[in-house]
Design a protein around this ligand. Structure first.
Ligand code: GLC
Length: 744
């Protein structure tokens, strides 16, 4: 007790001395970097007018090329602007920042934000591809590299990571997240936050993360972007929330509220998810920014009758900063005068924004060194990392007869497909300030890999969409006489990402016809897929001996794919999302419930189709290697635990081949019976391991309440009963054990 008394007296003295030194020096407390962000924000808040407070809650859009708008200078000078989107580069940033810092009454710096989703100038594989790495530590490095480049461009805030769980491949934004699984999604979300922010996002080279889109945006009905979502509380808590919770626990500085109507309440005015879950349950202490005009869109949703209604509903719900629309600025002053909203409500949002700015260190360090733009972008290290990221994201879907890897001394290879020669498409969607000229193409990669005596012919074949008979003829002619044909197929980059939902999952245009023509040549065909979503690949799976999923692999993707095709690298990625046989199966995901009549091909009256198998073409967690591996020796440290207990799961993995390779060992559970029905499998652990030829390793996992428990109407619990434990190399099959959880 005595110690406690002394320390609290010391603390009081410290606080008094900080305050005293500040006032003694005449500088206001908020300018004292030794005071806490909380104290500085409180002091500053007390000095602000309503107009200045609303200025902090306003983010406006610059030009896509990076410039600011003329009116931003005046608004910054008058303290009526808190942040910009898209304004970047030292010249623009420092000029606009100077107006705010040196010419406004209180000198509050601006936050400069940009969508740095998978790289700033050095573009990494799209996030769905990074999830296919099953290596969060690698994704963390990529995010850190992206942060360093974004910082060099004058940015201090990125609108990433996007962590929306997506189970519908029609939704174009499935490309931007980590796929369908909450456990993998949570690991990737936390890794990316750590990469962007580091231990202290005030540090040079670090930026504030913004976890998006809160909440449930990926469940857009029919896969149509911006569409309504209806999600049960159980599904929200067990499926859609975990990546956000992990990101918040990793210290994410901000969260972005989503566009979608969630169970009748748009996410950008949803008090129960923002103030209830995010702040109430998880104690998130950052600030929430709306999505682009999503406050204004409350009118279109039919939630708000007019601008004031929209502003009040969003602000009351806990949306602190308004992106691009200006209803807070335009409507809140009158609402305050009319006592429709309290100053307390306004102040809590302003305080959150100010605290974030103090934590970001921009009061002390508001400007960016212009030299960084020439020294910090596309460094050799960043480019090496981009190539490693691409290599680890490749998923080998089929390799009949071991066609791959190809012999670099092959006499003649035909490379076919417009995507094989495209630099721009390698960058995928949301490529920030990435430049197509930075990207390797697959064609260049192949040319660099083959022997000097190899003949490489190229034909672009048909465009991704459309194409003529002549296109097909030319491609077939180019392929004739080749010993092997490498075809780049898939979607163009703009066919996924935001506002890019598709009503079909087929290969667009005449690509399938092209493949049928090429198959008729009788030569072995290797297909490399460039795409941002699962596609219908039934014909390919039945007719093409080798299929490599490359997603959009970034600036070093062409080189990475070629190195893998010709065997310098061994693919080891795994699908983070289910590939259905047909769109008709969607939504189709591995962690589905059992139903009372689980599908059985031999039983008519079960949950099945009369015209298609029920299983996916390629399941979640699936991927092949040039090596072959075997799991054995699954054992549990105990066969029975109490609900608050834990069990160690160990298993051996052996490389049976003569070639080093990676395998991803995956741990799944099935809670056999509960107060609510549980998924037939749930991922609860994974390790990607590299094994030398013949090497065998023992891996260990731990299952405790966090893994065995789930949310249901009664809260979160580990319920007594039988749990099936599976260890596998995909979400299907594998070794099995039984764990019993006894009542206390
Ligand atoms: C967009 C996206 C969001 C992005 C924001 C700013 O509409 O929904 O992900 O960060 O606007 O560009």
């Amino acid at each position: 007790m005595k110690k406690l008394l002394i320390s609290s007296v010391c603390l009081a003295c410290f606080v008094f001395s900080v305050r005293a030194s500040a006032s003694a020096a005449g500088a206001p407390l908020y300018k004292n970097s030794k005071a806490s962000p909380r104290e500085r924000a409180a002091d500053l808040l007390g000095r602000m007018t309503v107009e200045e407070k609303l200025g902090q809650l306003q983010q406006l859009d610059g030009f896509s090329e990076g410039g600011y708008r003329e009116e931003h200078l005046k608004m910054a000078r008058e303290g009526r602007l808190g942040s910009t989107l898209n304004v970047r580069f030292a010249g623009n940033v420092n000029k606009l920042q100077k107006e705010a810092v040196e010419h406004s009454r209180l000198g509050i710096p601006l936050l400069f934000a940009f969508d740095v989703i998978h790289g700033y100038r050095t573009i990494f594989p799209i996030p769905l591809a990074e999830a296919a790495q099953w290596k969060p530590e690698l994704a963390e490095k990529s995010a850190a590299a992206a942060a360093a480049e974004a910082y060099a461009a004058g940015l201090k805030w990125t609108f990433a990571p996007m962590v929306d769980i997506a189970r519908d491949p029609r939704w174009g934004r499935i490309a931007e997240g980590a796929g369908e699984d909450p456990y993998l999604g949570a690991a990737m979300a936390a890794a990316r936050v750590r990469g962007f922010q580091g231990d202290d996002f005030a540090a040079p080279g670090k930026v504030m993360a913004c976890v998006k889109h809160w909440a449930g945006y990926g469940a857009a009905e029919a896969g149509r972007d911006y569409n309504s979502t209806d999600i049960s509380q159980t599904s929200l808590r067990n499926i859609y929330y975990p990546p956000f919770k992990a990101a918040a626990a990793a210290g994410a500085a901000t969260v972005m509220s989503a566009f979608n109507d969630l169970n009748g309440v748009p996410s950008s005015a949803n008090k129960s998810t923002i103030d209830g879950v995010l702040r109430g349950d998880w104690k998130f202490d950052g600030f929430v920014v709306s999505d682009y005009t999503s406050v204004q869109e409350l009118l279109a949703h039919g939630l708000a009758e007019d601008g004031e209604d929209a502003a009040l509903k969003a602000l009351r719900a806990g949306v602190d900063m308004e992106m691009v629309s200006t209803l807070y600025r335009d409507k809140i002053p009158a609402a305050l005068s009319g006592k429709k909203i309290s100053l307390t409500t306004l102040d809590r949002s302003v305080r959150r924004v100010l605290e974030a700015k103090f934590r970001a260190g921009i009061f002390e360090d508001p400007y960016i060194d212009p030299k960084l733009e020439t020294t910090a972008l596309k460094t050799p290290r960043a480019l090496e990392l981009a190539e490693e990221a691409a290599l680890k994201s490749l998923v080998l879907l089929k390799n009949e007869g071991g066609l791959l890897p190809l012999d670099p001394a092959v006499k003649k290879v035909a490379v076919i497909g417009v995507l094989a020669g495209s630099r721009a498409d390698m960058l995928g969607s949301w490529f920030a300030d990435g430049k197509p000229e930075d990207a390797d193409t697959l064609l260049e990669g192949v040319r660099a890999m083959v022997s000097s005596g190899t003949i490489v012919v190229y034909s672009s074949g048909c465009p991704v969409n459309g194409g003529t008979d002549e296109d097909l003829e030319k491609a077939a002619a180019a392929a004739s006489g080749a010993d092997v044909i490498i075809v780049a197929a898939g979607e163009s980059a703009e066919m996924s990402g935001e506002a890019a939902s598709r009503a079909f999952l087929s290969l667009p245009g005449r690509q399938l016809e092209l493949l049928e023509r090429l198959k008729k040549t009788g030569k072995p065909v290797v297909v490399v897929l460039f795409n941002g979503r699962p596609l219908e690949l039934g014909w390919l799976d039945a007719n093409v001996p080798a299929i490599l999923e490359a997603w959009y692999p970034g600036v070093r993707g062409g080189r990475a794919v070629a190195r893998t095709i010709f065997g310098l690298e061994n693919p080891g990625g795994k699908l983070p999302v289910t590939f259905p046989r047909t769109l008709g199966q969607v939504p189709l995901y591995y962690n589905h419930r059992s139903t009372g009549r689980p599908p059985s091909p031999s039983e008519k009256y079960t949950s099945r189709y009369i015209d298609s198998p029920t299983e996916p073409l390629y399941p979640f967690g699936y991927g092949l290697s040039y090596s072959s591996f075997a799991l054995s020796g699954l054992s549990l440290s105990s066969g029975e635990i109490t609900p608050d207990g834990a069990v160690k799961v160990s298993v051996d993995i052996a490389n049976l081949s003569s070639r080093a390779g990676d395998e991803v060992v995956q741990l799944y559970i099935r809670d056999a019976a509960g107060s609510e029905t549980r998924p037939v499998r749930e991922l609860k652990g994974f390790k990607r391991v590299t094994l030398a030829p013949g090497e065998k390793k023992m891996l260990e996992f731990e299952l405790g309440p966090a893994e065995l428990g789930y949310y249901y109407s009664g809260g979160f619990a580990v319920e007594p009963g039988v749990f099936k434990i599976y260890v596998s190399t995909s979400s299907a099959g594998g070794l099995e054990a039984v764990l019993r959880v006894s009542a206390r």
